[in-house]
Design a protein around this ligand. Sequence first.
Ligand SMILES: Cc1cc2nc3c(=O)[nH]c(=O)nc-3n(C[C@H](O)[C@H](O)[C@H](O)COP(=O)(O)OP(=O)(O)OC[C@H]3O[C@@H](n4cnc5c(N)ncnc54)[C@H](O)[C@@H]3O)c2cc1C
Length: 512
Amino acid sequence: MLLHLLPAITLASAAFEASNFGFEWQQRLSSLGLEENNVTSGGCEAACAYLSDHLPIPDIQPDSETAYWKEKSFFWSAQQAAISPKCFVQPLSAEDVAAVVVLAQQTQCKFAVKSGGHAAFAGASNIQDGITIDLQYLDEITVSEDQTVTRLGPGNRWTDVYSHLVPLGLSVVGGRDSEIGVGGLTLGGGISWYSSRYGWALDGVRSYELVTASGQVLEVNLESYPDLYWALRGGGNNFGIVTRFDLETFPQGGMWGGSMITGPDTLDQVLDAFHDFAYTSTGDVDAFSFSAFCWFQEHKMFIASSTLVYARPVESPAIFENYTKIESMHSTLKMRDMVDMSAEISSSSPNGLRESYWTATFRISREMLQVIVDIWKEEIEPIKEVEGLIPALVYQPMTSDVTSRFAKNGGNCLGIKESEGPLLNINYSVMWKNEEDDEAVLHAARQTIKRSVEKSKELGLDHRYIYQNYAWHEQDVFAGYGEENRERLREISKKYDPEQVFQKLQPGYFKL
Ligand SMILES: Cc1cc2nc3c(=O)[nH]c(=O)nc-3n(C[C@H](O)[C@H](O)[C@H](O)COP(=O)(O)OP(=O)(O)OC[C@H]3O[C@@H](n4cnc5c(N)ncnc54)[C@H](O)[C@@H]3O)c2cc1C
């Protein structure tokens, strides 16, 4: 009898108590044959063998070499692709996901969950010798009849979503890079071209279908489970596996946008333009921009790449004048749609390289913008010749328009008030080729963040927030949400996951 192995459910929520947990599970376990086959231990070896021999859920075992290696190559970073799980499993439904979550607990096999596989560090969405749950077949895209909500499976990448919605004249708040997964981006935040208008992707989720640790499939929204709904909007992979996101949907036509690359003598002008934009764009909710400072190894020079998007079909809008007056070496600015725009963003981030992402948040001043660039330049000096090095320091504004949307639907759990905007979000992103250079490359990134934060404290411009989707595993993301929010998230996690399955059996990514 396996039921005794399932976590004890002692939950306060009336709706949760009222559910038919036991009945569902008796049925599910016997339909899976788990009881008769007595799969109660044996770790991942037993779990993967059972998946392969008894469950009608697609799986990939290491002995099917081509499929196994192909599956590994779908991770974005080389560090994640280097990890070899005992097996991959590819559920076809929320019930399949629930079965795998229960099987993992029966066998005490650790697992990881993959949507688009773009988290950079090892173990974020793949797990050595465990089960990697690949959600790629949960690929529903359904627009409601009144066209106000789109149901999305986490197996979609944003290219799938926009390719479906653009011909309908619709969009959702989602990723800017076509290859990113719906799952990771939406659970951690989701900075979009539409964020000034509607907030981050997480602010646009009306409802989640969630598989909990006990294997229940819950419909989570503001009415059904308000605490869990709050926690999922920023809580990452800590509360369960989301098998469907219902996103607010809006009419969207064409846009104007692209990137302009400017030379080493323009960095000051770009910083000026960024600074002005962060303040003056407030109120113009269709404008969004970010600027990346890069070391161009081949030509031994620093360049800036500013990406500007106006989410209406308006050619070269005045709001971007401070950028567009800068002489550019190359520009892709033009009228286009979201499919085209997101494909362009993706083209500079191929799979298969060593990757690292770091982040920090600051209050904006022109001096602070300069200080961070100067520190970044100093820190990459010793690694400039590392093979295949592409370091970028990306500045993104979190304008007051953006922070004002964080209060939508009862508020998200990021811990940022409207009055705190505009803020500066930095993303230190670096690609390189060889493992032997890891230490030097990571040291430079770590130092850049550490020194920038120290300097911001001296200037009174520090901010505690650490954006989950851009953070390196050494960074304490949930401390950045504020102690009160972190404590509340821990309580909600214990309420819906009393055995702490998603903290212990799923060790990857940012834990509470
Ligand atoms: C090239 C590039 C461009 C980017 N552009 C943007 C951008 O425009 N805006 C932005 O905000 N961020 C952006 N990011 C950051 C991106 O949002 C994060 O890397 C995000 O985690 C990737 O999501 P994914 O589903 O592809 O990754 P994955 O590695 O599959 O997942 C990331 C984490 O989320 C968990 N997870 C995924 N799906 C689920 C689910 N359904 N249920 C439970 N847990 C789940 C995984 O277990 C993992 O821990 C970008 C990153 C890269 C590399």
